[in-house]
Design a protein around this ligand. Structure first.
Ligand SMILES: NCCCCC[C@@H](C[SeH])C(=O)O
Ligand SMILES: [Zn+2]
Ligand SMILES: [Zn+2]
Length: 307
């Protein structure tokens, strides 16, 4: 079988094997927990990074792979875990971060969809749930959260790629993540969700045009993170509220987390701006992950300073 590589788009099977081995590699810094199964029964696995502590530490939650075809997203979550473990002890900021906080990483949110893009349809976006009454499969997890659910920028047609689902959290994958974040909301200070493509750093709201109460602070941090990202290879990002920066979109994970009380809530649209789109070549995994690490660390440092 193919081996796992940080500079390749790994199959779910290779990612699962990788999670099992890396989470037993350093019990003082990483552990894994299954937060539930997907519709097709695959284990949704969260990696908890941070210096082991008997008391609860403030935390950041990051997910990748909400949308199946956005392969650069799970690639970043895997890269992040490798970088965190390999630079802890040598990189002062990463050491400080993992000493003071925990980082929960969900490398593949929509595992069924991700597997389906490897076997059947590279351009699949949604979950793989099916319900009697429709021949169409899946709902858009990023329209299925309980945040302005199905009001705008989403479809109630099960055959649409932005189908909002039959009710909020109807998708078991969404419910599993929402339950986990609700269970840990007292410690979770930031929510970061990785998507592609367009090179955008978005924050609430997308379910309405109105500005978030923390708009100016969220914008300031996003602009700082984008500048940090650009400093490496010159990659240019646009920062702003989702509704006006990309499009209105209700039911999103970032809006939901923000309204739950997780103030620092961001959606990344990673490389590129359309030349390759979702089919970003594997040769761009390394540079994309390196520059995105700088943006993540900028946000994490800001959150740490404002604990
Ligand atoms: N919560 C919505 C954030 C803005 C839209 C993000 C994109 C990622 Se592909 C989408 O879900 O359509
Ligand atoms: Zn997406
Ligand atoms: Zn996108």
């Amino acid at each position: 079988p193919r081996a796992h590589s940080y500079t390749k788009y790994n199959t779910w099977s290779d990612i699962q094997n990788w999670m099992n081995s890396i989470s037993s590699s350093n019990p003082n810094l990483i552990s894994k927990q299954v937060i539930g199964n997907t519709y097709e029964g695959r284990p949704m696995t969260v990696l908890k990074l941070g210096k082991a502590s008997s008391s609860a530490k403030p935390a950041i939650f990051m997910d990748c792979g909400i949308h199946a075809r956005e392969w650069i997203s799970p690639a970043f979550c895997q890269w992040f875990v490798k970088e965190a473990l390999s630079t802890y002890g040598s990189d002062s900021q990463m050491t400080s971060l993992l000493n003071q906080m925990d980082v929960f990483v969900l490398p593949v949110f929509n595992i069924d969809g991700y597997a389906y893009t490897h076997t059947n349809n590279r351009m699949w976006r949604k979950t793989r749930s099916s319900r009697s009454g429709s021949s169409c499969v899946g709902a858009d997890p990023n329209r299925n959260f309980d945040a302005g659910w199905c009001t705008l920028g989403a479809s109630s047609n099960p055959c649409s790629d932005t189908f909002c689902g039959y009710s909020p959290e109807s998708e078991i994958e969404v419910k599993n993540v929402a339950d986990f974040i609700r269970r840990n909301k007292s410690v979770i200070k930031a929510y970061i969700t990785m998507h592609s493509y367009s090179q955008l750093l978005l924050f609430p709201y997308s379910y309405k045009y109105g500005l978030a109460a923390d708009h100016s602070e969220l914008l300031k941090v996003a602009q700082g993170a984008s500048a940090a990202l650009q400093s490496l290879y010159g990659t240019r990002y646009t920062s702003g509220p989702g509704a006006t920066t990309i499009y209105p979109a209700a039911g999103g994970s970032d809006d939901w987390a923000y309204d739950l009380g997780v103030k620092y809530s961001y959606t990344f649209e990673l490389r590129d701006t359309g030349r390759y789109g979702f089919l970003l070549p594997e040769s761009q995994i390394k540079p994309t992950c390196e520059e995105t690490m700088l943006a993540f660390k900028y946000i994490a440092a800001y959150v740490q300073k404002n604990l």
